[in-house]
Design a protein around this ligand. Structure first.
Ligand code: NDP
Length: 301
């Protein structure tokens, strides 16, 4: 079998165009323009690239978009004060503080200071709790797992995953655990595997839906794939690529794509799979927040 490729780029564009048209709709119905504020502390080049592309996407969607660039030496209180001002600003519906933060700042304190309804990253303990207790409709869902769910539903052509076995490899708070909760909420039977799991391949081979969020280049090989499975590769790993020239690198996922594509039914590539969905779902979350504030039913993604 050769797997069909789940085109994350194209599906992310579909999400963005839904956000654009719903943005025009709420402006017309309620006079509300969704607003997002992205806060970056320090000058980490990778974070700056992410922040710029978030701002660009937000403008494309028709949002009010502001970026707050703070110096590396910013104190925790200064950052909390800024979050407080953004919490109080009615034109801002989504606040994203780019992680990681410099060591003088307690990340948990900052995440908890964001109003849960404006927490478009979905990391606030209230949103984590809502997702964990199945209150999906009132939670802000973390972008990468929420985007992965969109890809799974597209690939399988259904929203209800009753009767399907899902295995999530990885148990981080930002990907593995929320991913498992979203799959459970969609009625899949879910197993979470991690670094202490014995015989990972035999567990992974039970998966009709296999999600890899490990951070280890191409670790998930042919021995982990059930024939026909839907394989979602969250991993983004930069590895040396001497074939492209000295010192060159390339991106690979946590799944050995060439091996898995021979066995799986559908699979996400890296790059071009889960990656583009993350920013698209950030836009979706900002729109959802603006709709909830305006008392309007948000669209389903
Ligand atoms: P973390 O490092 O926080 O978590 C990795 C998880 O993998 C841990 O739960 C760990 O287990 C588990 N693990 C590590 N080694 C093994 C192993 N040998 N066998 C089984 N499980 C193992 O990573 P994240 O969840 O933050 O990210 C995972 C990947 O996803 C990374 O490549 C990251 O770059 C990528 N990512 C991509 C995003 C996107 O937009 N596409 C967004 C976020 C992340 P244990 O808990 O036991 O240590």
């Amino acid at each position: 079998m050769t797997a069909s490729v789940i085109d994350g780029k194209a599906i992310a564009e579909e999400v963005i165009s839904k956000v654009k048209s719903a943005t025009a709709g709420i402006q017309e119905k309620a006079g509300v323009q969704p607003g997002i504020a992205v806060v970056i502390v320090g000058s980490d080049p990778a974070s700056q690239v992410y922040v710029r592309s978030k701002g660009k996407r937000a403008k494309e969607c028709g949002f009010k978009s502001e970026t707050h660039e703070l110096p590396e030496t910013t104190s925790q209180q200064e950052l909390l004060d800024l979050v407080g001002r953004l919490n109080a600003d009615p034109s801002i519906h989504g606040i994203l503080v780019q992680l990681p933060l410099p060591s003088q700042i307690d990340e948990d304190a900052v995440i908890t200071s964001i109003l849960p309804e404006k927490d478009v990253d979905g990391f606030h303990p209230i949103n984590v709790g809502r997702l964990g207790t199945g209150q999906i409709d009132s939670a802000m869902l973390p972008c990468t797992p929420a985007g992965s769910m969109v890809l799974i539903r597209k690939a399988l052509g259904k929203a209800d995953l009753s009767g399907l076995n899902a295995v999530v490899v990885g148990r981080s708070n930002i990907v593995g655990k929320p991913m498992a909760n979203l799959l459970l909420a969609a009625n899949a039977t879910v197993t979470i595997a991690h670094s202490r799991t014995a015989d990972l391949p035999s567990i992974a081979r039970t998966a009709d839906i296999l999600v890899a969020a490990v951070g280890r280049p191409e670790m998930i090989g042919a021995d982990c794939i059930k024939p026909g499975a839907c394989v979602i590769d969250v991993g983004i790993n930069r590895v040396p690529a001497p074939e492209k020239g000295e010192g060159k690198t390339r991106l690979v996922g946590d799944v050995n794509y060439a091996q898995a594509a021979e066995i799986a039914g559908s699979i996400t590539p890296v790059p071009g799979g889960v990656g583009p969905m993350t920013i698209a779902m950030l836009m979706a979350n900002t729109l959802v927040s603006a709709c909830r504030t305006a008392g309007l039913e948000p669209p389903q993604f």
